[in-house]
Design a protein around this ligand. Structure first.
Ligand code: CP
Ligand code: NVA
Length: 308
């Protein structure tokens, strides 16, 4: 297995170099092959991961917990109301204390600053399990999924064009970071007023294009990706967003513009009938279940590499 990662945090995907990220994907593939044979190496025997959740989660919570168990360690679920954080203890103080108990921290927060503060003060690796700004573990699993589907078809990540249709949100930001590091072309189509942050687009470089026309983004694409129209914390905007985002629905008519062998990705949870139709999520091009499974393998690799 790759060496030299112990003690490192994973706050944003762009913080890591391409070679290091590819080493994580290679490790994920290896661990996935082992898991398929029923082999679970106790690489993190006795280690404990603290998991702070200020927002709900199915995939992130379960995949991190299961990953730690498969590796011989364990995970603590620390919900918003379980910690003194909810009563005003500061994030740096919480980090200083947690870092003396656990071997690594995974955190899902609203403010991205909170994960940065945790990483600065915990003294143990901190992994971003989604903030309002980005979702790097998702993009890692997305890259693993694209590689797994396309490499056997003779196409490397750099040969692919991914169309992201929808909100310029946390998931979109991490895909932009992933485009910069893994080299796939990314075409983002968003409704006016819902663009990804300009600095993230600029950092992604020339392989990323951002516009407002979903058809233009999807035409000839190898992968179509979408996410919910209203993210966690934006529930009050839901009705307004549904009105604005309707032309950005990923449905069969839109998908027909992509390459005939395209794949459809969604980080999930899906709001069926809004950003994506049943016939697309459940259709022959959908790779969303593989993508969800790969959260487990990608994060297992990350944990095995960074936890001392
Ligand atoms: N995709 C994702 O992060 O899902 P959860 O919100 O269920 O963790
Ligand atoms: N953009 C979504 C992603 C959920 C995994 C949200 O933040 O709610």
């Amino acid at each position: 297995m790759a060496q030299g990662f112990k003690g490192r945090s994973f706050v944003s995907l762009i913080d890591w170099g391409a070679e290091d990220l590819l080493a994580v994907l290679d490790t994920a593939d290896e661990l996935k092959r082992m898991a398929r044979r029923g082999v679970r190496e106790p690489l993190l025997q006795g280690r404990v991961l603290g998991m702070i959740f200020q927002k709900p989660s199915t995939r992130t919570r379960v995949s991190f917990d299961v990953a730690m168990r498969h590796l011989g360690g364990s995970a603590l679920y620390l919900g918003a109301s379980d910690l003194q954080l909810g009563r005003g203890e500061t994030v740096p103080d919480t980090a200083r204390v947690l870092g003396r108990y656990v071997d690594a921290v995974m955190a899902r927060t609203f403010a991205h600053r909170d994960v940065l503060d945790l990483a600065e003060h915990a003294g143990v690796p901190v992994i971003n399990g989604l903030t309002d700004f980005d979702h790097p573990c998702q993009a890692l699993a997305d890259a693993e999924t694209l590689r797994e589907v396309y490499v056997p078809r003779g196409r490397a990540l750099e040969d692919l064009t991914v169309a992201y249709v929808g909100d310029g949100n946390n998931v979109c930001h991490s895909l932009l970071h992933a485009s910069a590091r893994f080299g796939f072309r990314l075409r983002v189509a968003h409704p006016r007023g819902y663009a990804p942050q300009a600095a993230v687009v600029a950092a992604a470089g020339p392989r990323a294009q951002v516009g407002e026309d979903p058809r233009e983004a999807v035409r000839g694409a190898d992968a179509i990706y979408t996410d919910v129209w209203a993210s966690m914390g934006q529930e009050a905007e839901h009705a307004e967003r549904v009105g604005r985002f309707r032309p950005y629905q990923v449905n069969e008519a839109l998908c027909a513009l992509a390459r005939p062998d395209h794949v459809v990705l969604h980080c999930l949870p899906a709001h069926r009938g809004e950003e994506i139709c049943d016939s697309v999520v459940d259709g022959p091009h959908s790779q969303v279940w593989r993508q969800a499974e790969n959260r487990l393998h990608a994060q297992k690799a990350l944990l095995a590499l960074v936890i001392p």
